[in-house]
Write a protein that binds this ligand. Structure first.
Ligand code: NAD
Length: 493
């Protein structure tokens, strides 16, 4: 048997095992075999990491000139570029995501650190127009303190960057809890953090399960803010935990994103965008466009072309350069997908392609691109977030009807519209209750574009210029400007 790769946690600038010496294995979804072993953090480890972060926050880090902190962020970006291939490989082994995507993403994520490095010295305060004589008051933005960053298994590098980069730029310190389903990339990333020479304790990386590790972190009394990305059920636990420490919470949750194709759409472009939206990353993307509404006039023709394209998708090893879809990341997810498909078919859903595991599935967690025609969007595959390559397709007649249908879901993360009529594109976008709408495109990210949802998809935006302020708090300072003593000390003025 091949020797498992061993990782340690990164706490206070040191590489450590868990206090209990407990570990767990992480599996390669391509072949369902364990390949690495990581420490399992308990309450004591969490306490150690949070206290290290607090000590760093009480030290020089928040007092550094913003541009000096920016230099560390740029150094992190450079490390990412230099090590993109290694990071990509590790992430692919741990998650099953295509190497061509993970490698590219590791390079691109560097841009987020550059972006927030540039913003570090651009956050200004205000002078307040105070209604009292001999008084001046100003506001400044101060760092919050220890931030708990909790990330899911998919796109950990990206979802860490949108939290870590603004947090560090503004002088906070951070404890990152990586996902128990794919922790390795974050430890490789921590090695790069160490190379930048950032002061000890400013960034800490721990691994463990929701309980006890996640719970201990989100209820720790020294944690001031929780930046969470994951599912809505976990978010509910986290909000309850935060009642213990009264910390601020931001939530990036799931989605069941609707896409509408109008009869005037550029069909080839729409097919490519829809394919990227639901089959890219094997559908394991929070913004996956998994509910498709096609206008009646083009319904049959468009669906036929889409199915033809889906059937051609090349499934294979995520390391191969020509693979278009790799495996699902974990077995539980595969079971959820199959269960939802079964109920949908029992209730009248018609499978146009895929729908069940094929020969690839013997070893790894492979599932083919699946398209299901649904009479209505209350069938399980059309209503629930599946986090897999499953597209539910429905018809619509009018603009008004499709807006209603697109909004009829508890989530509100992303959405898509395909039409050549840009006035309609804007009108429909304005009417859709979602944090993101793509018009004639899909699945794009950028450091300058705010990312996040509404409704059950959470609250708080990540990335973009405003997100930097989310890692500060406003402080008001009052000045008395007269040389004369103040008057009556017993009445508030
Ligand atoms: P998850 O909610 O199961 O886990 C996310 C993280 O929360 C993990 O690190 C986990 O260990 C931790 N956790 C679990 N229980 C906890 C607790 N009680 N206290 C504190 N932490 C706890 O999510 P997942 O299955 O890893 O990821 C998939 C979900 O993430 C999907 O719903 C997906 O849509 C969502 N997601 C959202 C975005 C976004 O930006 N909106 C991006 C990617 C993924």
């Amino acid at each position: 048997m091949t020797k498992l790769k061993e990782y340690k946690m990164f706490i206070n600038g040191e590489w450590v095992d868990s206090e209990s010496k407990k570990t767990f294995k992480t599996l390669n979804p391509e072949n369902n075999e364990p390949w690495a072993i990581v420490p399992e953090a308990n309450n004591k480890d969490v306490d150690k990491a949070v206290k290290a972060a607090q000590k760093a926050f009480d030290g020089e880090w928040p007092k550094l000139l913003p541009r000096e902190r920016g230099k560390y962020l740029r150094a992190i970006g450079n490390q990412l570029r230099e090590n993109a291939e290694l990071l990509g490989k590790i992430e692919t082994i741990d998650t099953g995501k295509l190497f061509r995507e993970t490698n590219k993403q590791a390079n691109y994520i560097a841009e987020y650190y550059d972006y927030y490095a540039g913003l570090a010295d651009k956050v200004e305060g205000t002078v307040l127009p105070i209604d009292k004589p001999n008084i001046q008051a100003i506001t400044t933005r101060i760092p919050i303190g220890v931030i708990a960053a909790i990330v899911p298994w998919n796109s950990q590098m990206f979802l860490t960057a949108t939290k870590l980069a603004p947090a560090l730029a503004m002088g906070n310190t951070v404890v990152i809890k990586c996902s128990e389903l794919a922790p390795a990339t974050m430890f490789e990333f921590a090695k790069l953090i160490e190379k930048t020479g950032i002061p000890k304790g400013v960034v800490n990386v721990i691994s463990g399960f929701g309980e006890p590790c996640g719970k201990a972190l989100t209820s720790h009394d020294l944690v001031e803010k929780i930046a969470f990305t994951g599912g809505p059920e976990t978010a509910r636990h986290i909000i309850r935990n935060s009642a213990e420490n009264l910390s601020e919470v931001s939530l990036e949750l799931g989605g069941k994103s609707p896409v509408a194709v109008f009869s005037d759409a550029h069909q080839e472009n729409a097919i490519n965008g829809i394919t990227a939206g639901i089959f890219g990353a094997t559908g394991q993307s929070c913004i996956a466009g998994s509910r498709l509404y096609i206008q009646n006039e083009i319904y049959d023709e468009f669906l036929e072309k889409l199915v033809k394209k889906a059937k051609k998708i090349k499934i294979g090893s995520p390391m191969n350069a020509d693979t278009e879809m790799g495996p699902i990341s974990n077995f539980k997810q595969l079971e959820t997908i199959e269960k939802n498909i079964k109920i949908t078919v029992d209730q009248g859903g018609k499978i146009k392609c895929g729908g069940k595991r094929d020969s690839f599935s013997n070893k790894g967690y492979y599932f083919p691109p699946t398209i299901i025609e649904c009479e209505n969007h209350n069938l399980p595959t059309a209503e629930n977030e599946l986090f897999g390559p499953v597209l539910s397709v429905m018809r619509f007649e009018s603009e008004e009807e499709v807006i209603k249908k697109m909004n009829d879901n508890k989530y509100g993360l992303s959405s898509g519209i395909y039409t050549k009529d840009l006035a309609r594109g804007l009108r429909v976008s304005n009417a859709i209750r979602a944090g993101i709408t793509f018009v004639n495109t899909y699945r794009l990210i950028s450091p300058s574009a705010p990312f996040g949802g509404i409704k059950d998809s959470g609250y708080g935006k990540e990335a973009g210029i405003d997100s930097i302020k989310d890692y500060t708090r406003v402080k008001t300072t009052w000045f008395y400007t007269s040389d004369e003593p103040t008057l009556d000390p017993f009445s508030m003025r």
